[in-house]
Design a protein around this ligand. Structure first.
Ligand SMILES: [Zn+2]
Length: 360
């Protein structure tokens, strides 16, 4: 029998069939929602994310080249590093996987406008996909966002609303979506579409190379880490593998909510603004991130500007033109090399350097 998808709240038990309405958070208790199903993982014909449509709540309306990113294996001082080149997605980051799902769902439900609070990779991703899917993107960004970023977003057709700060943007966007029922609030830091989107990275890695011993991933709102954990766990639970990788989350010293939640205390260290893409002080899915790390017997590591810069230039030296945030995970790998001898380690390279270097 076909196992349908449904919205589900792990906190209060709210449950509703998926496909007719949209919630960016639980309508009963305000917690982050998941989209569950009992359907089995299988590989379908097609391109990109559509290959895994058996476990996707929505199939992308349009294939723009997202997914199927190259996996490059490099042997480094006794560690087998698997770089997944996520910066080669259409808008230059892994966010395109989640955006493709979320905006396809918006279109399917008949929304005409999408709104979000982001000035980073997600904003560019949402603007590009909106353009291609015939949606109007509205973005709430901090006034202090670099002019170059605003220029890219305006070029892509986004309507920009400038808020006093990052915090104010996340309040203003909710106010806007309340008074604009025609607008679909993407809420990427809350959205399960971004978790499921990132799970397809795990599926691709599994198909091509199997399950790695470790995953080292940068953690901001946690969509990437949770998606990888969810993807590998799906394969494990369905008996397709007997192995679950240990998951190591990487944050900067400047903003370290996952570290504090795991270890109970802030760890002092060098500032880390170079990894600005993971500076998310209050990720809505913090408890899930901590659970995923603990369950995989993983850990969290912190990095600072000096090692991020060194790791970033080392990646560029190898031909990977990524943004500094992407190098945070590689910087952590550098420090863990002795412990990881003889192990395979998946390191997603999350965002392109091409859009960030002109801003530095
Ligand atoms: Zn709830």
């Amino acid at each position: 029998m076909e196992q349908a998808f449904h919205w589900f709240c792990r906190k209060c038990g709210f449950r509703e069939d998926f496909g007719r309405s949209y919630y960016w958070k639980c309508p009963k208790c305000g917690s982050p929602l998941v989209i569950s199903t009992g359907r089995r993982y299988e590989v379908s014909k097609g391109r990109g994310l559509a290959r895994y449509k058996s476990v996707l709540p929505v199939t992308p309306l349009k294939y723009m080249g997202e997914g199927e990113t190259p996996l490059v294996k490099v042997s480094e001082e006794g560690v087998e590093v698997w770089f997944k080149l996520e910066y080669l997605n259409p808008s230059g980051s892994f966010k395109d996987r989640g955006t493709s799902l979320s905006l396809s769902y918006a279109r399917k439900l008949g929304y005409t406008t999408v709104v979000d609070d982001s000035s980073g990779n997600t904003a560019i991703s949402i603007s590009l996909y909106s353009r291609a899917l015939g949606l109007k993107p509205v973005l709430f960004i901090p006034r202090t966002a670099p002019e170059g970023k605003k220029k890219i977003l305006r070029f892509l057709g986004a309507e920009l609303h400038e808020s006093e700060s990052r915090g104010a943007a996340s309040v203003d966007v909710v106010e806007y979506s309340r008074s604009h029922p025609e607008a679909y609030y993407v809420a990427h830091t809350w959205s399960y579409f971004y978790v499921i989107g990132a799970a397809t990275i795990a599926f691709e890695v599994f198909e091509e190379a199997g399950v790695p011993d470790y995953v080292i991933a940068p953690v901001g709102s946690g969509g990437l880490l949770l998606g990888l954990a969810h993807g590998f766990k799906t394969l494990l639970e369905q008996g397709l593998t007997t192995k679950m990788p240990r998951i190591i989350g990487v944050q900067g010293y400047s903003v370290q909510p996952v570290n504090v939640a795991l270890k109970g205390v802030e760890t002092p260290g060098e500032e880390s603004w170079l990894a600005d893409g993971i500076m998310v002080p209050n990720p809505p899915r913090l408890a899930e991130i901590v659970d995923a790390i603990r369950e995989s017997q993983g850990d969290v590591h912190l990095v600072g500007n000096t090692e991020v810069r060194e790791a970033w230039l080392k990646l560029v030296d190898q031909g990977f033109l990524v943004e500094p945030t992407s190098a945070a995970a590689y910087a952590a790998l550098e420090r863990l090399k002795t412990r990881l001898q003889g192990k395979s380690v998946l390191v997603p390279l999350t965002g392109s350097g091409l859009k960030i270097i002109p801003l530095m």
